[in-house]
Design a binder for this molecule. Structure first.
Ligand code: COA
Length: 370
């Protein structure tokens, strides 16, 4: 893999001023300030995310290698695209899958730690703790301690990052199995299966449609410019030369907040409460309307709606909606999510606070097959 990335830029254009900053902007948490160069993806407020110039529909339309004819893109292919700027061949994608499968095992002390956690410890707290503990495997930390030359940092960091990505499904699956499958083992990692297939096998799902959904899910969540809390956090912590395990664990702590990644759990909790309160599957628009307003009037946010950058429906929402329309159009939970989509934007506009009344990725990823 050829890794792109520049720290500084010697071109005259890079001396161009890109804006002015006033005190209000600083109080606003960097809103409106251009303060970042992010090579791998660009988040347009109206169009949504593009990865190395490709939109999600383009990536789904056959640009990236898939596991099956006409299927969803493979996240390892997107990773290749992100770090090299080039579309990988099928063989290159396969090689990456094999590399990750070959490094997926967890050290015994991490497994033991996860087994010892109480079931009421939130999965994200367990996830971040386990990733911190994987620091025992850091090549960067070991090489730094030996006095490696600065010019070699990126190589060790890259190796750690690859090993970390390889191990993430095992950590997630271990937590899932401990909490929801009576501590079932992870089974044998298939050296020839792709990253998502091994993950769904580890958590006991052998439905091909679910594996396809996971391929799409992992692809669309792979990168979202660098200004979001978790990406920013990993860079901030990494700038201290904390190794990739420590940096990524910090990022996961940020992701665990309800206004960021936990929003998809919040959506599920909210939908479950909604069905409980409104008694069942067929809820009228009027009942839903009142439920949504009650959420706002009680001083809470409508989870899964709004965004700091986007000003339209998130294309990551749209592609999940299209997947559901294609594969499970009659699912009750999907129908409820679709009904809510028709109502929430107008309500948020009427309330007049949220700058973006449209759904983000979590309004759909928090859905689950009913
Ligand atoms: N429901 C209710 N109110 C909302 C809202 C929502 N979904 N989205 C934004 N608002 C409110 C904000 O809380 C804020 O209110 P305040 O002035 O009382 O503090 C006001 O609208 C302006 O916020 P805005 O500038 O539009 O958003 P932001 O950049 O401050 O925050 C989010 C962005 C994503 C944190 C925000 O939209 C939100 O909380 N959404 C729900 C949680 C969620 O889905 N998070 C996942 C994001 S991918």
């Amino acid at each position: 893999l050829r890794v792109t990335g520049v720290q500084t830029c010697a071109l005259p254009i890079c001396e161009t001023k890109i804006g002015e900053i006033n005190v209000n902007m600083v109080y606003g948490g960097m809103r409106g300030m251009k303060a970042m160069v992010w090579e791998t993806s660009v988040l347009d407020p109206v169009e949504g995310i593009r990865f190395q110039g490709y939109s999600i529909p383009e990536l789904q339309g056959g640009v990236l290698p898939t596991a099956k004819e006409g299927g969803e893109p493979l996240p390892e292919a997107l990773f290749w695209l992100l770090v090299t700027g080039e579309i990988p061949s099928d063989a290159e994608t396969k090689q990456l899958s094999q590399q990750w499968a070959g490094a997926a095992d967890l050290p015994a002390h991490v497994v033991q730690m996860l087994d010892n956690f109480p079931s009421h410890l939130h999965p994200m707290a367990q996830f971040a703790a386990a990733i911190n503990a994987l620091n025992s495997e850091s090549i960067f930390a070991a090489e730094y301690a030996k006095g490696t030359h600065k010019s070699k940092y990126w190589e060790h960091t890259f190796e750690d990052s690859m090993n970390l990505i390889a191990k993430l499904p095992s950590v997630a699956a271990k937590i899932y199995n401990n909490l929801y499958r009576d501590g079932a083992g992870l089974g044998v990692i298939d050296p020839n299966a792709d990253w998502s297939k091994n993950f769904t096998d580890m958590i006991g799902y052998n439905d091909e449609q679910f594996t396809e959904l996971m391929r799409l899910y992992l692809t669309i969540h792979s990168d979202h410019e660098g200004g979001n809390v978790s990406a920013h956090t990993s860079h901030l912590v990494g700038s201290t030369l904390a190794d990739p395990y420590l940096s990524f664990a910090a990022a996961m702590d940020g992701l665990a907040g309800p206004l960021h990644g936990l929003a998809n759990q919040e959506v599920l909790v909210w939908l479950t409460q909604l069905r409980k309160d409104l008694g069942g599957k067929n809820v009228s628009d009027k009942e839903l309307h009142d439920f949504i307003w009650n959420t706002l009037k009680s001083g809470r946010v409508v989870p899964g709606y709004g965004h700091a950058v986007l000003r339209k429906t998130d294309p990551r929402y749209t592609c999940q909606r299209e997947f559901a329309l294609k594969h499970l159009p009659d699912d009750d939970m999907f129908k409820l999510v679709a009904q809510i989509y028709k109502l929430v934007p107008d309500i948020l506009l009427a309330q007049g606070k949220a700058k973006n009344p449209w759904p983000n990725v979590d309004a759909h990823s928090g859905d689950r097959k009913s």
